[in-house]
Design a protein. Structure first.
Length: 106
């Protein structure tokens, strides 16, 4: 069972950027694409647990700040070494200026 969890305001995330939010004991990275869509993944790189919100967002990619590995934040796919394991991705919707992420029910 899942539920939609309010994690931030639309205005909290600049275009082509990422922020980290904590909710329900889980750290998430919330992205805003250049086309103004929102996406969410786990907040930590699968390579050495660096915080992706400290990384660089380029189009549909986020670059890990520690070793420059890259992920497609829309699919979670690791696209540049040393990152090999995909990120978990979560469904996102926007309602009334708020970003909601679908997470397992508490």
């Amino acid at each position: 069972m899942t539920e939609w969890v309010d994690v931030c305001a639309v205005d909290d995330v600049d275009e082509e950027d990422v922020i980290e939010v904590e909710t329900r004991g889980r750290a998430l990275a919330v992205y805003r694409s250049p086309s103004d869509s929102f996406h969410a993944t786990d907040a930590l790189c699968t390579h050495q647990q660096a915080h992706l919100a400290d990384g660089l967002v380029m189009g549909e990619l986020v670059e890990c700040p520690k070793h420059n590995g890259r992920f497609n934040y829309m699919t979670g796919e690791a696209v540049r070494v040393p990152c090999l394991e995909a990120l978990a991705v979560y469904p996102v919707t926007v309602r009334d200026g708020r970003v909601l992420v679908e997470l397992p029910a508490a």
